[in-house]
Each structure stands twice: as structure tokens, then as C-alpha cells.
Write a protein of this length. Sequence first.
Length: 377
Amino acid sequence: MSNVFAPSHCPRLVVKIGSALLVDTDGNARREWMRTVAGDMAERILAGQQVMIVSSGAIALGARKLSLKNGGRENLCDAQSAAAVGQIALSALWAELLAEKGLVAAQMLVTLDALEDRRRYLNFTATLDSLLAKGAIPVINENDSLATDEIRFGDNDRLAARIGQAAGADGLILLSDVDGLYDKDPARHDTARIIREVREMDETILAMADDTSSIGTGTSGVGTGGMSSKLLAAKISDMAGMNMAIISGLHEHPLRRAQEGHGTIFHAQRGENRHKGWIGGLQKIRGKLHIDEGAAAAIVEGSSLLPAGIVKIEGPFSRGDAVDIIDVNGSAIARGLAEYDALDSARIIGRHSSEIEAILGYSPRSAVVHRDRMVIL
């Protein structure tokens, strides 16, 4: 692991920090620990690495200032109020600590829509690129003062992976209150062992989330992530060609430890272009296209999805919406942007592409999902 996240091998790095590391059980910021993180980042920037922070903790900090129950998560209104207060406190703290090291912090608050809408996504990436080129450290968080259950990421693990994909980052480090990925819950199994390296996100690895899903949710009770969200982040990272690590942050200078072989590293095996990586990370899936075995085999080999291979349509999607492509076993094998809306797609399924114009009266595309706008999951 030592070289993977070194500046020479990882020019652009995302560091996600969980709430349990940033805020103690009384709701106070762990200022001295954060100061060591700022020091680590200063060392990396001096070595030529560009660094971004995805920082949790706003709701927990705001909840203490407003004396809210359950860490500010009693209800949506409390969470949004706590976030509004905590965001400014958290950003000011990062700005102060980074300034001590001669660094400039830049706050960026995002919502799910900002990364799901293609135009807003491109604006976001342009700003991010500009800040990094100027030597600033973007401090990024979900805009919890505006987000609702229907329009939120839900956890900062996946948000960090999406940020890394958007930024074209080479590495993502998830600093958590756990040592890494275990094959089973170490709190319940004495034989649990840590997995040091993962080279393929197969079903065996994903199944580990079932037994360790509560690990990493925060011993302070202020976190929202768990091992399931971290493994989903690893899948997004893999599609983006970005190595990812889960490392304990329960030590000072945790980023130094990232180069000493601690935690679990997920080696990226794929690496789609930014556009395909964006498609793969989309969370608002508007429909499903169920396909036959022949179409599934063709897609895996790199072909577009033609109407002849579709057997069923689900969802009221429009042209350009994200749809999942489902095989005969009910598994989503690919995700793409629909070339036709649901009504027109339903009219042409099972038909040859040459028949589309006669059926619809127009034929802008021969495929329902083109391979250039599709990513294998």
C-alpha cells in the first residue's frame, strides 16, 4: 500500500473523514486531531499532491450548539437546522487549521442533484479543477441544510467516491473508526480477520457487508455510514480507476499511516472515462430494461443494447434518463442513458432496429442504450 497513495503515484487525492473522528461524544470538534490532519495535508501538497477533503460532522457540531436531541437526527427539520449551524462552524475550523499550515481552504456544498444533472456536474468539476490548480484545498460536504430524504446521497462514503470520480482523482482514502474491511464482524466473531487487499469487487467481497454492515457507523453515534456504504464507494471508485482505502483515523497523523501498510486497499481494475464513470455513479435510476441472454452476452462484449434484445420495460423514464439493464437472473449488469423514453421503448422492444422508423415515425438511434453511454456494473 505504501506507494499507491504517495504523491508520485497519486497526483490527486480525496480524503473522506467520518463524523466519529471529527466530533467527540459530547459534540465538540476534535481540534487537535484535525490539526494533525492539516499537517499531513501540508506535507502532501508540498510534495506536489492535490488534496480534497470530504468532511462529515456538520450536523453533529450544529446539534450541540442548538442543544438538539439524538445528535440532531430526531427529525429532518432538526437535521437541516443543525447542518445550517454546523456547516459554518466546520468550514471556519478547517479554514483556521489549514491556514496555520499556509494553506487556503475552499468550501463546496453539494446536493445529489448537482452531481446527477450533467450540466451542473460539469460546472462543479470545472470549479473543482480550478481550485485545485490554484493550490486551494476544497472542503466538501453534502448540503444537509437543503437535502431531503428523496434528494440526498445519504452517506459521505459514496459522496467521496463521486467527488473523486468527478475530479479525476487517483486515490480515495476513507478515514473511519474501523481498521478496514473484515471478513466478518470482529465484535461477534473471534476469528474475524482483516482483509488487507482487495483486487476484485466480486460477490464474495460484497457479501461481507451483510455481516459487517454496522461497522463504521461511528462509536460516537453521530455517523450515518457503515461497511455497506464503503463497499458501494469502492465499486464507484473501481469504475473511476481510483484506488480506495479504508483506514483507521483513531490516531494522530492518519495520512502518514496510509503509506505504512495499514487498513484495507481496494485496487482499481477498471477505469472508465469521466463520462462513463459519471453514469456508473448515478443514483437516480428512472427505469429498468430487462433483456434476454443474447443481449446480455453482447453487452458484456461491448455492444449497444438494441430493441430486439429487450423483453420488458419498467419505469416512466424520459430520453436521457439513467436506466439499469437487467439480465435473466434479475441482476443489474449495466447502466446507461436511454435513447428513447419509456413509451417509445415499449413500442419497439423485441423488434429489429430497421423497424423503428416504421413503428415510431422517426429513428434517431438504432440502439435503446448506446455503448458510448453505458457502463458495465
